[in-house]
Design a protein around this ligand. Sequence first.
Ligand SMILES: *Cc1c(COP(=O)(O)O)cnc(C)c1O
Length: 467
Amino acid sequence: MAESKQILNSVLRELPSVSDLLASETGVRIAAAAGEKHTAALSRRVIDELREGLLSGGSSAKRSLKEAENKLSQQWAADERSGIRRVINATGIVIHTNLGRAPLSEKAREAIADASGYCTLEYDIETGTRGRRGAHAERLLAELTSAEDAVIVNNCAAAALLVLTALASGGEVIVSRGELVEIGGDFRIPDVLVQSGARLNEVGTTNRTKLADYEKAIRQDTRLILRVHPSNYRIVGFTASPEVAELAALARQKNILFYEDAGSGAMQDLSARGLSDEPVIAKSIAAGTDVVTFSGDKLLGGLQSGLIVGRREVIEKVRKHPLYRTLRVDKLIYAALEATLRSYRSERATDEIPVLRMLSMTKDEIEGRVAAFIQRLEGKLGKNSDLKIEVIDGESATGGGAAPDTRLETKLIALSHKTLSAARIEHALRFADPPVISRIADDRVLIDLRTVDEGDEVELADVVAAI
Ligand SMILES: *Cc1c(COP(=O)(O)O)cnc(C)c1O
């Protein structure tokens, strides 16, 4: 016993010290990027781990300075990987919430860079005096949706909370039982209602709610009728719900408000792309809806924001509510939204906004890109590669709460390997620079070029070739 303890002590003495590691080539290199303090903390962790290895594994455990440097490098690399980074989305899910929903247009990216310094956030160039924050983006939004006015907040959940608080707090809100839904990320209509201080009055049944159900439920303290787009949830079969125009007319007749939470919402009719269920915001306004809310980073193709459009006095009430100040957006959001909305105004949205461009791609177009991509990839791989490349039929997905039954046919690149499992290939792609996010089916890794920017294809081919 005493002898082995002696051996262990002498082995522990061979362990490099934290200052040895900090003074090593690796330590100096990492400190230049990570800072002295952070590198010292990482180094202490590395030496502790080596010591624990020695204590549990005995004198055969690794303990050289080279080993410590390797560990330090790995920890720093993991640290660097963990922040927000650009990725290549090869999943085929166009509005991928985990990957930042809508990718921005070139113009929106430029607008963000432009507004990053000082900008005219609350300044009117014409008069040289203070201007209203967001006025330009709001005017554009109102124009494009044929609404009288608009106001912009942090996201659609915030928009719903603000609208319900400003318009219905202390009163009653009528909602169909078929629309008391939860929409990804814990957005639950009944919970938002409680938070707003309004009371929920449920009407109808899960599958069928009629106009008369709404009418019967209206009482003295009813403030509004809320219609919620069920987004990625569907009841099919024996169903019924009144038209938007019918609800709007009922609300007007009873002197209450009608509010539609359109969720994703579309600025233009997307039925040609299989999205016939998405409420078109301008249509909802034209049907007489008092206020409509929708997301800025779903089908609109902009960035995280909650867009509120509607009648002038209703929007004014929303904007004047103290909660608005806590939910307002940053200058960069306004800048990118303005650029995105200008693409709609100039009627170039389908060409300029990536989400719309990706949704518009036909299977034939994708097949053409797949063929060119595989040619490029095979050129890089050479003849004797163990990577097997196949082209198969498949489906992309809209994502972002769009109807679950929309079909987007695509051509997929299916990768398999003589010795590597699909899980290993997927892992190698994910750990590449830039990371490539793919999916696995039937023990093959699937790459969908629908969601890959054409400009990223060279990098993607490099990453795949390096597997
Ligand atoms: C997505 C969605 C929301 C939440 O939108 P965020 O912008 O993510 O806050 C709210 N309502 C509906 C109907 C939705 O589809």
